[in-house]
Design a protein around this ligand. Structure first.
Ligand SMILES: [Zn+2]
Length: 416
């Protein structure tokens, strides 16, 4: 083809770049977008709308059913439902406008974003300042502490495995953490005990307002808050509740529940998120849809759904108890006996036994505080045990230390 102004012929490379747009901000090209189905920056949603929009439509076509009337408008915290709802979490994804997203940033941009956000959160005046952790450095200095942050859900698996400049700012009470340079520049998350979506929402909302007074976050009218992955567009919100569902699990009802949730736009996962098998009969239920509904509606819908599941769990539990009198009591007391006497317990067995003891507490058979059981779930994970012991433990030592932690914590400080 002749170039009209100069009369010379264009090279193959020039022809390719003339027909294939490149993002002027982050330099991503069509192949990058098609391959990853992720935006390199806010501007990519304009440059590559012909590629991204069909994906966005497909990803966000799910529409959640209306919550049943008896549970609608019931967004408050439910401390008394802690026997089934273990913990709640809300996270918001945000990105700085004008800066390429993680995955498309230069090293200098990664450091600059980390420092800007870290400096701000490390210095905020509400209570004590956040502790800012560079996870890449921490993995070298104290690998057990880094992995323990993952086991306590303060950072994600994705952040833990990243080798570019990234980290987290964590509040002194460890109820709030902001991951920096994970998939998005900021992942603001609040954690709460039991069914506490309302207070988690208020916490992230407050922090996001504070941050947005200082940083300009990427958004546009059509897509709302702009995120690296189009699945998070709109609100950038993921709300989750960790539920302990022994009756659903033992009766097999969990399979029907899983299928129903998938159809109505929710995900159900095991204890450690995506792709993990449920351990200790614990399940994490989250919203999938982030667009087309307000933050409040998404959280209200999840809250209503969880209330319905909790009601159903209690019904199945009663039915199991009626059909097999004494079975649950026996199961609970056997587990309690093992946890308070065993000298060596593997992680998997411990999770099963704690699940049984949790049932004992919820039916009023055992007087161990439910928070003790839930703290133990985190305390007995391998890296947390090594971190708390101050050294690397062999498998044999690990099982022995785990058994000791369980015995001492559940029985109180009785000499063992
Ligand atoms: Zn771009």
């Amino acid at each position: 083809m002749a170039n009209a102004s100069s009369g010379r012929h264009l090279s193959i490379d020039e022809l390719m770049s003339a027909s294939s747009p490149t993002c002027p901000v982050c330099g991503s090209n069509e192949d990058d977008i098609i391959e990853s189905v992720k935006a390199g920056c806010a501007h990519c949603y304009i440059t590559f709308e012909h590629i991204l929009n069909p994906h966005i439509e497909r990803m966000h076509q799910l529409r959640l059913p209306e919550p049943p009337s008896e549970f609608s408008d019931l967004l408050r915290d439910y401390p008394s439902f802690g026997d089934i709802a273990v913990s709640s979490r809300i996270r918001l994804a945000r990105n700085l406008a004008e800066t390429p997203f993680p995955g498309a940033m230069t090293e200098q941009q990664q450091s600059s974003v980390f420092e800007q956000i870290g400096d701000f959160l490390g210095g905020i005046a509400e209570g004590e300042a956040f502790r800012v952790i560079d996870t890449v450095e921490l993995k070298v200095e104290n690998p057990f502490e880094a992995a323990s942050l993952l086991e306590r859900h303060l950072i994600s698996k994705e952040l833990f495995h990243k080798s570019e400049k990234c980290g987290a700012a964590i509040s002194p009470d460890e109820k709030v953490s902001v991951m920096i340079n994970e998939e998005d520049h900021l992942r603001i998350q609040a954690l709460g005990e039991g069914l506490a979506l309302k207070s988690c929402l208020e916490t992230v909302d407050r922090l996001e307002t504070m941050l947005s007074g200082h940083f300009d976050f990427a958004n546009d009218e059509e897509h709302g808050w702009l995120t690296r992955c189009p699945t998070n567009l709109g609100t950038g919100l993921r709300a989750s509740v960790m539920l302990h569902l022994p009756a659903h699990t033992d009766s097999g009802s969990i399979h029907g529940l899983t299928a129903r949730l998938a159809k109505s736009g929710y995900t159900i996962r095991g204890f450690y998120g995506e792709g993990t098998k449920p351990v200790g009969r614990l399940y994490q239920i989250s919203n999938q849809q982030t667009m087309g509904l307000s933050v409040r509606q998404i959280v209200e819908n999840l809250n209503a759904l969880v209330l319905r599941i909790i009601t159903r769990e209690r019904e199945i539990q009663r039915a199991l108890d009626n059909n097999h009198p004494g079975y649950i009591d026996d199961h609970v007391w056997r587990a309690f006996g093992l946890l308070t006497n065993a000298r060596s317990i593997s992680g998997e067995e411990a999770m099963q036994l704690l699940s049984a003891v949790r049932v004992g507490v919820s039916i009023g058979e055992l007087s161990v505080p439910i928070s003790t059981i839930d703290n133990l779930i985190h305390k007995i994970q391998p890296n947390t045990l090594c971190f708390d012991s101050g050294r690397d433990l062999s498998d044999v030592e690990m099982n022995s230390v785990r058994a000791q932690v369980l015995r001492r914590t559940i029985k109180g400080d009785i000499a063992n």
